[in-house]
Design a protein around this ligand. Structure first.
Ligand SMILES: [Zn+2]
Length: 207
């Protein structure tokens, strides 16, 4: 199983680029759409670290422990999302200046790096259900990272900083809905490491 580790490590490095660029640029430019996507990618980072650990220290990590770690990760993301949503709603009535070029550039870097994450996971995803879920998730994250780009473009076109807040709420909605769905159904991301298995049968998961 150790041959899965190199592509997972590359995915982790690329995802680190996304979260550092988006959070740093988001704080620097007052862009909540960037901060929201950065926090979302921070949660993805934790999920990827757990996946790396699952393949590196498989004998040392129980499926149960990993499942709880993923659950805490999801709940943590939901709590931070609610906190950010409240801050964004506050800002709706007192718009703060956001320099539109920053979310455009940082969002494009985020989308490119998220696409890179999916790209390096594509080959191993063909024979591994856990990596397959990470691949599909990060491929859709490429689109989510383009939301701040849209916000930046609209700020430029309209001159209204409101678009950053509105698009931050859009990202928050996507994140909250997909995370809740994962927690409630206890499938997909929540079970990434649970599905780690050397056999390629892709058989049914036992509870
Ligand atoms: Zn994600």
């Amino acid at each position: 199983m150790s041959h899965r580790r190199p592509p997972l490590m590359r995915a982790l490095q690329l995802n680190t680029v996304v979260l550092i660029v988006e959070i740093a640029a988001g704080i620097g430019s007052n862009s909540f759409s960037l901060i929201m996507d950065g926090i979302h990618n921070l949660s993805d980072e934790v999920a990827l670290v757990l996946l790396v650990l699952a393949y590196s220290l498989r004998t040392g990590l129980s499926g149960k422990l990993l499942r709880y770690a993923n659950l805490f990760n999801s709940v943590g993301l939901l709590v931070i999302s609610v906190f950010l949503i409240l801050r964004v709603v506050e800002r709706l009535s007192h718009p703060v200046e956001v320099f539109g070029l920053v979310p455009i550039v940082a969002g494009l870097i985020g989308a490119l790096a998220n696409w890179g994450v999916a790209r390096v996971l594509r080959e191993p995803s063909k024979e591994d259900i856990a990596i397959r879920l990470a691949y599909v998730h990060n491929l859709s994250d490429t689109l989510v990272s383009l939301i701040p780009v849209g916000a930046g473009v609209l700020i430029f076109v309209s001159g209204s900083f409101l678009f950053d807040s509105l698009f931050a709420l859009l990202i928050a909605a996507v994140v909250v809905i997909t995370t809740l769905r994962a927690v409630v159904s206890s499938h997909e991301e929540l079970l990434w490491p649970e599905n780690v298995s050397c056999d390629h049968s892709g058989g049914e998961q036992t509870a």
